[in-house]
Design a protein around this ligand. Structure first.
Ligand code: FE
Length: 227
């Protein structure tokens, strides 16, 4: 069985956010999809270990922010590789409280929908939350981020808890040495550099400034090892 076939499925990249007891949390998800047009309903698959899962299960509402193609990888990392149990993910981002009470992230967001859960399907590691759209708004007309663009161009990674996670076989470096973040799996490729953080393509890992951090999860250089 060649599970790499699944790489040919297309997805977007979204922030799914929710609320519980006045607290806000959100996470990156790629598995948001529309189910019916009339009435407008969507579904999302969320890992049971995630705090956002607990919030959606409790409040039965969530919001989906559709991210722009230009969204910095550090912004995605803030929501994707950190837990709301450790950090307040909403501390340094622009958001507004939606009609459902769930927070709506507006940074790097092209459009959003607000959803009330009408059905939850237990699928083992994940729950599929199905809900009706109760509010929606377009904020700007850019191009949406796709999952493929995030992985191939932005060099982004997925945590093991992602519904679409497939263990990657890491290629040995050829020529310029690549370094991998032991925390999140991000690979620093000197050929690409880290333009979002002002690091020009062609910069070897050794020449990165001491205060440079993993653009995905924020880990320091000391958490990297040579591939
Ligand atoms: Fe990292």
């Amino acid at each position: 069985m060649d599970l790499k076939a699944l790489y040919k499925l297309s997805y977007g990249l979204y922030i799914v956010s929710s609320v519980k007891d006045g607290k806000f949390n959100g996470q990156i998800a790629n598995t948001v999809f529309q189910i019916t047009a009339e009435p407008p309903t969507v579904a999302v698959s969320i890992n049971k270990q995630n705090l956002t899962h607990e919030f959606i299960q409790s409040s039965k509402v969530f919001a989906v922010s559709i991210l722009a193609k230009e969204t910095p990888i550090s912004f995605i990392g803030q929501f994707g590789f950190k837990s709301g149990r450790d950090v307040d993910k909403f501390a340094n981002v622009n958001f507004k409280k939606g009609e459902t009470g769930a927070p709506i992230v507006t940074d790097n967001t092209l459009a959003y929908v607000e959803v009330e859960v009408i059905k939850s399907v237990d699928v083992g590691t994940h729950t599929l939350f199905i809900g009706k759209i109760v509010n929606a708004e377009t904020l700007s007309n850019g191009e949406p981020m796709t999952y493929a663009y995030y992985h191939e161009v932005k060099n982004g990674k997925s945590p093991k808890t992602a519904p679409t996670y497939i263990k990657e076989e890491v290629k040995k470096s050829d020529g310029a040495k690549k370094y991998v973040c032991k925390i999140c799996g991000y690979i620093y490729d000197p050929e690409k550099g880290d333009p979002d953080s002002g690091i020009a393509p062609g910069t070897p890992f050794e020449k990165l400034p001491d205060d440079w951090v993993c653009p995905v999860c924020g880990a320091p250089k000391s958490d990297f090892e040579e591939l």
